[in-house]
Design a protein around this ligand. Structure first.
Ligand SMILES: Nc1ncnc2c1ncn2[C@@H]1O[C@H](COP(=O)(O)OP(=O)(O)OP(=O)(O)O)[C@@H](O)[C@H]1O
Length: 363
């Protein structure tokens, strides 16, 4: 369906895409993941010519779209894009946002366009909002309207550029649910996303982009559970774990909790697990207050998607000491809470570090 060969893109001296080659088949759902600034969005924008590639070729259904004679507006219609920032027309109602393209560009009759628009609004769960204006909708609703508007143009492929990045975390799942539904219906999609769990569930193939190339690609099981190449391994480990360094007893508890919260949201952990995890971290740090006067503490939280296990690793330097068995514990209550929250607690002295591993009880 799409054959991309040796695609490159420069912005002045900045070489964002170096040599990207890939074939996309009909019905494939491809997630594009990777560190920030590695050219994922630029890649999508080059495919639908919002950015003009500097080199290489893009052939869609046999048509070379970089040929100066190519009908760019027609190509774009077949490859509609959903943006992070929705890009709805603020002065038009939801219905008019959906019918504008089909009436003006596809020459669909207004009645037919409205009938189709209503069907699509039903599909994304927003039929009752047909007469509303974008600023009367939540972020999640706006993005679902944007998806319906994209579908109204009857694209053969949809390009999603971080469709949930601008959303309040509570609204992410309603948008992802709509994209999942499209995947089930066989829509061909390329999705740039930071939602790893979603990428894993919905994709038939995952591209890991780094430094302007497709560094590794494969089925989601390979990329997420068994990445083959070094940079992919580092990236996957980093998104899977939360790391936080605390250097003084006066650390910013609120900032730390906000980061833990963000990690939990990305991992889609249930509320109960989040609360238990935060309580566990707080209680452990309370007990560590003395240790923090003389040495820094590194926290690492990991969540295994396979087993659901949530692990907290507390690492500190200084003399050999299992802080949970220290004679100078501030109070027994904290320790009791920690024991109640965990399934196992293990201490190990390793490479001059004190390592305490706590595994949260299943909630
Ligand atoms: N129009 C532009 N002019 C100049 N530089 C640009 C332009 N668009 C993107 N870039 C640069 O190209 C690089 C890649 O940007 P891009 O948005 O494609 O990355 P990304 O992988 O999608 O990142 P993120 O995940 O943070 O969105 C960045 O360094 C960015 O600043």
């Amino acid at each position: 369906m799409i054959q991309i060969k040796h695609l490159s893109k420069k912005f002045g001296a900045l070489e964002v895409l170096r040599d990207v080659s890939i074939t996309v088949r009909k019905g494939e759902v491809i997630s594009i993941i990777g560190p920030s600034g590695t050219g994922k969005s630029t890649f999508l924008r080059c495919i639908n010519l919002l950015d003009r590639p500097s080199g290489g070729s893009i052939v869609i259904n046999g048509v070379d779209i970089l040929d100066p004679k190519a009908d760019v507006p027609a190509i774009r219609r077949k490859m509609n894009m959903v943006f992070q920032s929705f890009n709805l027309y603020q002065h038009l109602s939801v219905m008019d946002n959906l019918t504008l393209g089909p009436v003006k560009l596809l020459q669909t009759g207004r009645q037919d366009a409205e009938k189709k628009a209503l069907e699509l609004l039903k599909l994304v769960g927003l039929a009752e909002k047909a007469d509303s204006f974008p600023d009367e909708l939540s972020g999640g609703q706006k993005q679902r309207v944007a998806i319906a508007r994209c579908l109204a143009m009857e694209p053969s492929i949809i390009l999603f550029d971080e469709p949930t990045s601008a959303l309040d975390p509570t609204m992410v799942s309603e948008v992802l649910a709509v994209i999942r539904r499209l995947a089930r219906d066989g829509m061909t999609m390329l999705i740039v996303t930071h939602e790893m769990k979603f990428a894993r569930d919905v994709s038939s193939r995952v591209l890991y982009m780094d430094e302007g190339v497709i560094y590794e690609e494969g089925p989601p099981e390979q990329i997420f559970d068994n990445p083959q190449k070094e940079r992919t391994k580092i990236f996957i480990n980093r998104v899977r774990s939360f790391n936080y360094r605390i250097a003084s007893p006066d650390y910013d508890l609120y900032a730390m909790n906000a980061e833990i919260e963000l990690f939990c949201e990305k991992q889609i952990l249930p509320l109960k697990s989040r609360q238990s995890l935060q309580l566990l971290v707080e209680e452990v740090l309370q007990i560590c207050a003395d240790t923090l006067r003389s040495t820094a503490i590194e926290l690492a939280i990991t969540h295994s998607e396979k087993t659901g296990e949530i692990k907290l690793l507390v690492e500190s330097g200084g003399a050999e000491e299992n802080i949970l068995e220290s004679a100078a514990l501030p109070d027994e209550l904290g320790l009791t809470i920690i024991r109640n929250l965990t399934r196992s607690i293990a201490y190990k002295r390793d490479g001059g570090q004190n390592r305490l591993t706590l595994i949260l009880k299943e909630q």
